[in-house]
Write a protein that binds this ligand. Structure first.
Ligand code: NAD
Length: 254
């Protein structure tokens, strides 16, 4: 049996949106750790500079670009800058996202817009920009960071659930359209992974109640997405497209 690393990403270039913290920060480090040159994209460039240094210190290659996914011109620019700095894009991790908790009847239109503009329109704009470049070259892997809340409901999160439900459909339609061009599109649907997006909530009684409702009776750690990320980013998933993998401690089957 050969010792070939099936998750090897040497020579590949990746773009991770929302890489300044949380899951995106982790995804960037994991991809760089397997040899990918990683373009770190987010609005908070000071945090990105620190992450770039960390990756380089560990022997990896990274480049930071300022990106607001709600701004289509900035998206075009950052995809171009990523390719100029690191080479043609092979992997996109469409990760930037926000959540707003508010009852449906009280939810302001601008809050709705913020969530949909970031999680769904933003993901579409970034994926379209990357897919055009990938399709021209006939290969690429796009990974949409969806959520279990695209598949089930949670009171107070109507905009978030709608955005992630839309994103899960987008994953499948993109996969169908881009397969012939050699571009694979898959999703990861995390359950509750403790990050800044939900840390304050999990410190409350309601958060503890939710934690206990997860069949594994705990939240996940960002590192518990490493395996699925590497599977979808690498040739190990060469025959996979249009799939979303749930990583949720059993939440969806509770
Ligand atoms: P987080 O709040 O720690 O990180 C979100 C990232 O997105 C940040 O880097 C933020 O700067 C970036 N971002 C937000 N708006 C942006 C914009 N307009 N342009 C560019 N970047 C922007 O949250 P997280 O938990 O790391 O979430 C990452 C992704 O994973 C999100 O899409 C989220 O919906 C999804 N997700 C998270 C969980 C979880 O339990 N943590 C579960 C399911 C899905």
């Amino acid at each position: 049996m050969s010792e070939r690393d099936i998750f090897d990403l040497t020579g590949r270039t990746a773009l991770v949106t929302g890489a300044s913290q949380g899951l995106g920060e982790r995804f960037a480090q994991v991809l760089a750790g397997r040899g990918a040159a990683v373009c770190l994209a987010a609005r908070q460039t000071d945090k990105l500079a620190k992450l770039q240094k960390k990756i380089e210190k560990a022997g990896g290659r990274a480049h930071a670009v300022s990106l607001d996914v709600t701004d289509p011109e900035a998206v075009e620019r950052s995809v171009r800058q990523a390719e100029e700095a690191l080479g043609p894009l092979d992997i996109l991790v469409n990760n930037a996202g926000v959540a707003v908790t508010q009852s449906f009847t009280e939810l302001a239109i601008d809050e709705w817009d913020k969530v949909l503009d970031t999680n769904l329109r933003g993901a579409f704009v970034v994926a379209q920009a990357a897919a055009k470049h990938m399709a021209q070259r006939g290969s690429g892997s796009i990974i949409n960071i969806e959520s279990v809340l695209g598949y089930t409901t949670m009171k107070g999160l109507s905009a978030y659930c709608a955005s992630k439900g839309g994103l899960s459909q987008l994953t499948r339609v993109m996969a169908a359209e881009l397969a012939r061009a050699g571009v694979r599109v898959n999703g990861i649907a995390p359950g509750y992974i403790e990050t800044d997006i939900n840390r304050a909530f999990f410190a409350t009684d309601a958060g503890e109640k939710l934690r206990k409702s997860i069949p594994m009776r705990r939240t996940g750690a960002p590192s518990e997405l490493d395996g699925v990320l590497l599977l979808l980013a690498s040739d190990a998933s060469a025959y996979m497209t249009g799939s979303t993998i749930t990583v949720d401690g059993g939440f969806l089957v509770r």
